[in-house]
Design a protein around this ligand. Structure first.
Ligand SMILES: Nc1ncnc2c1ncn2[C@@H]1O[C@H](COP(=O)(O)OP(=O)(O)OP(=O)(O)O)[C@@H](O)[C@H]1O
Ligand SMILES: [Mg+2]
Length: 305
């Protein structure tokens, strides 16, 4: 794990110089999907959301952005999706200058390759039926009706919600809405999927079903970047964890095992609270196998996440 020193006064021997952001998986010659240097984002004139982000994400990496409320996770995903551009610093996505994408240059082509699933599924679902929402992107591509239907069927199948195709989005449960929102992004067949708090406010079984589906998306070779503050889903969906601290900078970058074992780091990032954290409780870190017939999928056995 690379610890990033955000406080010059620290004497922690674990802390390495602030330039050493690269992880083992990032230290290759492969062109990064996302390349950020010194990225700062300020809302309005004063509200600093990100304050000096150095980050490379390589093709096929499954990354979790882990941070407390307000640490800047959603803002970072909006930057990666080219919805906004940095206030300062340099940033490219798929080799393009993100400021140009955010300004509209080739934005549609970019969004065929990079899709963002918003924190609030109600932003993503606006059509009369789930089918129409999932068909929306492919229809913009000018595909034939048969091609659109094939895309929709594929995306609904990936999220295991074919049975919801004719339902109105507002009639769905929270978990069903999340799956429909992800399907509406998958129907464009993006290589890069950005997920903002996909499991927030889901019950344990629904959460398990969703993380299993997200894991499968990563196993198919996509680049996946998921923002969350829920520690228990991290080892299932990620091989790399980037911790954003409340200083709005990267605090650490490493494997799920090393990050989740570092209690001091998690307290410092406000991901666990020293008074709320149970004595002796360890965080569940072994990687789960994805299995259609995983016993925890059964209604009678709730997985403890
Ligand atoms: N539209 C906005 N206008 C002004 N400030 C904003 C806006 N959106 C976010 N912020 C501020 O930017 C900072 C980072 O917010 P962001 O939503 O990126 O955090 P987050 O890590 O996604 O939080 P959460 O876990 O609560 O979703 C916060 O201080 C927040 O108040
Ligand atoms: Mg957020």
């Amino acid at each position: 794990m690379t610890m990033i020193d955000t406080d010059a006064r620290t004497t922690d021997p674990m802390v390495e110089p602030a330039t050493a952001v690269e992880t083992a998986s990032a230290a290759t010659d492969v062109e990064p999907v996302f390349h950020l240097r010194g990225v700062r984002y300020v809302y309005g004139r004063r509200q600093v959301a990100l304050d000096g982000i150095d980050l490379d994400i390589r093709p096929g990496e499954r990354v979790v952005l882990l941070g407390a409320n307000g640490s800047g996770k959603s803002t970072l995903l909006k930057l990666l999706d080219g919805i906004v551009s940095p206030t300062s610093g340099t940033m490219t996505a798929l080799g393009r200058d993100i400021a140009a994408v955010a300004g509209g240059l080739d934005a549609f082509a970019f969004h065929r390759e990079v899709g963002l699933v918003f924190q609030d599924p109600d932003i993503q679902l606006f059509s009369a039926t789930v089918f129409d929402d999932v068909a929306f992107g492919p229809l913009q591509l000018g595909l034939t009706q048969d091609e659109v239907k094939a895309r929709v069927d594929e995306a609904l199948a990936a999220m295991e919600i074919a049975h919801l195709a004719d339902r109105a989005p507002f009639e769905l449960s929270g978990g069903e809405k999340k799956r429909a929102a992800i399907a509406s992004v998958l129907s464009l067949r993006p290589d890069v999927v950005l997920l903002d708090e996909p499991t927030a406010s889901l019950d344990p079984r629904t959460k398990w079903v969703l993380v299993t589906l997200i894991r499968k998306l990563g196993d198919q070779g996509r680049t996946l970047v998921t923002a969350t503050h829920e520690l228990d889903i991290v080892p299932i969906i990620a091989e790399r964890v980037v911790v954003i601290g409340e200083e709005r900078r990267i605090l650490a970058d490493g494997t799920p095992e090393s990050i989740l074992a570092d209690r001091d780091l998690l307290v410092r990032a406000n991901l666990i609270h020293e008074h709320l954290h149970e004595q002796g409780r360890t965080i569940h870190v072994h990687p789960h196998e994805v299995d259609e017939h995983h016993p925890h999928d059964e209604a009678t056995h709730r997985h403890p996440i």
